[in-house]
Design a protein around this ligand. Structure first.
Ligand code: ADP
Ligand code: MG
Length: 485
């Protein structure tokens, strides 16, 4: 990931600011009672208000207000007790009213902060400029008919939170970390499901470049990116395009662009409209929104433990490194799974099993931790079987594989397959003797000073016992036997 772009005429810094549209988790729309479920038949979730029938009036959905305040508090942001809904006028076929109700000069949430962790172990704070509530538009369907387009108004009027960052990010990695962190916070709060594939979380990415220590240059806005991977590609492409243009003596115009996944490139969509083009004015059908302290404080006291707090707790209570703690708290389910297993067990051993074996297996099978084939209880039992010497950690790996396949509890697998560790000295000694009898030449070499052969002997005896000999006991007994003459 680049931080600085090395052009032909010197270094360039990338500057990135993100506008994220997060669909509010609510059963009804922002100003109507129509349902919001994803994937329903077109135009089955549309109130007369959403279709802009004359004379229909908006009625604010209190749940959406609560979710916006909850999100503001989760982003360490200032809550504005007085905010105003405005009409943002533009024409588009999927916007029947000819305007979108949004918040313009006075949004419900003001400045806030989000901490991000980067792969080099450092952390940064990204400033949030504002969060405002607005309506989503409908959807135009262009692929159903050769010459006609269709309109689906199911999404029209669904509540969105637009979360605008300051231009504080300077690499695609930082932007990716920011989106992931924001998504994690929204999911903890339950104010947005964060599902980018379904469009519940969409990013507009603003990119510019500048010389070190120079003021900001013109930005281009890449609209509606719905995956973190595409966002990274779009930023890389766009920033390099700016450098190419500047270095060949050209100018960057402020414009709105589209990212094309097939080519990995961005292309111009339209020149950027200016704020005054929208003719914003306060919506005469909606009084200003006023919140009282009790409403805000009630929400504050109902906030769950958020990722940053949980991370600090994992570091303090379990002694985990910051990196591991950060990964384990990314989603609530993983954190809960970890804590269930870690209860009464060595926290670092547990973190290791969860982050390497379990995550690996989930990743291979494309599953989420919520439908892990291995329950937290079963993983705990497996770790206990190693701890009490029933199986070696080597054998535990293969028990883990069987647990993945069968969902059985570990002890049942160990018993059925006869995998219990052999700790009986007599049995181990017999195996040692058999190996020594078969390889008198190697015994002679060892006794002649080639002590490195010990590893080879351990391997042979392990093989002879199907890997079940207790490793510590085996090594002690073997040394004794080999040095006796
Ligand atoms: P608009 O709706 O016109 O795009 P907003 O204020 O909603 O304007 O969003 C502007 C976004 O662009 C913010 O996220 C801001 O951080 C970002 N931004 C502003 N200036 C620059 C710049 N020079 N380079 C990159 N991003 C920028
Ligand atoms: Mg914008």
């Amino acid at each position: 990931m680049v931080h600085w772009i090395e052009g032909q005429t010197g270094l360039w810094e990338i500057v990135i600011g993100l506008e994220i549209h997060a669909q509010v988790t609510s059963r009804a729309k922002l100003f109507s009672g129509a349902a919001t479920s994803f994937g329903r038949a077109p135009n089955t979730q549309v109130a007369l208000f959403d279709a802009a029938f004359p004379g229909m009036l908006p009625v604010i959905n209190a749940k959406c207000i609560e979710q916006a305040v909850r999100t503001g508090l989760g982003l360490n942001a200032h809550i504005n007790k007085y905010s105003v809904f405005a009409r943002k006028n533009y024409f588009y076929a999927d916007l029947p009213a000819g305007y979108q109700i949004s918040q313009h000069e006075l949004p419900i949430v003001g400045p806030g902060l989000v901490a991000i962790d980067l792969s080099d172990g450092t952390s940064r704070t990204i400033r949030i400029e504002r969060l405002h509530l607005e309506q989503d538009a409908g959807k135009s369907l262009h692929d159903r008919h050769p010459t006609l387009s269709f309109i689906d108004l199911n999404r029209a009027g669904v509540a969105l939170m637009e979360i605008v960052s300051q231009p504080d990010m300077h690499s695609s990695e930082e932007a990716a970390a920011y989106v992931r962190k924001l998504r994690s916070i929204l999911r903890y709060l339950g104010s947005c499901d964060g599902n980018m594939q379904e469009g519940s979380l969409r990013c507009d990415v603003n990119v510019s470049v500048r010389r070190p220590d120079e003021g900001f240059r013109t930005r281009c806005e890449i609209k509606n990116i719905n995956s973190v991977r595409f966002m990274i590609q779009a930023i890389e492409y766009e920033a390099h395009r700016h450098v190419r243009v500047y270095e060949s003596g050209g100018r960057i115009e402020q414009e709105t662009r589209l990212f094309e996944a097939s080519s990995g490139k961005t292309r111009a969509m339209r020149s950027k409209e200016m704020v005054h083009d929208y003719r914003y004015f306060p919506d005469p059908d909606l009084p200003p929104l006023t919140l009282d302290d009790a409403f805000i404080e009630d929400i504050r006291t109902s906030l769950p433990e958020l990722p940053d707090q949980k991370k600090s707790r994992f570091i303090n209570i379990y002694g985990l490194p910051a990196y591991a703690a950060g990964i384990l708290v990314e989603d609530r389910e993983t954190a809960e799974y970890y804590e269930t297993v870690a209860k009464g067990r060595d926290p670092k051993t547990v973190a290791n099993w969860v982050m390497t074996s379990l995550f690996g297996a989930l990743h291979r099978s494309g599953r989420e931790i919520s439908d892990s084939p291995i329950s937290a209880d079963h993983l705990g039992q497996l770790i206990d079987l190693i701890g009490d010497g029933t199986i070696s950690s080597h054998i535990a790996k293969s028990v883990f594989e069987s647990m993945l396949e069968t969902g059985q509890e570990p002890l049942a697998i160990v018993t059925a397959k006869g995998l219990k560790q052999v700790t009986d000295s007599k049995v181990i000694e017999q195996a040692i003797d058999a190996v020594m009898r078969r390889h008198p030449d190697k015994v002679a070499l060892y006794r002649g000073g080639q002590v490195k052969l010990l590893g080879w002997f351990i391997g042979q005896v392990m093989k002879a016992t199907d890997g079940k000999a207790n490793p510590t006991k085996l090594s002690t007994l073997l040394k004794e036997r080999l040095t006796e003459s």
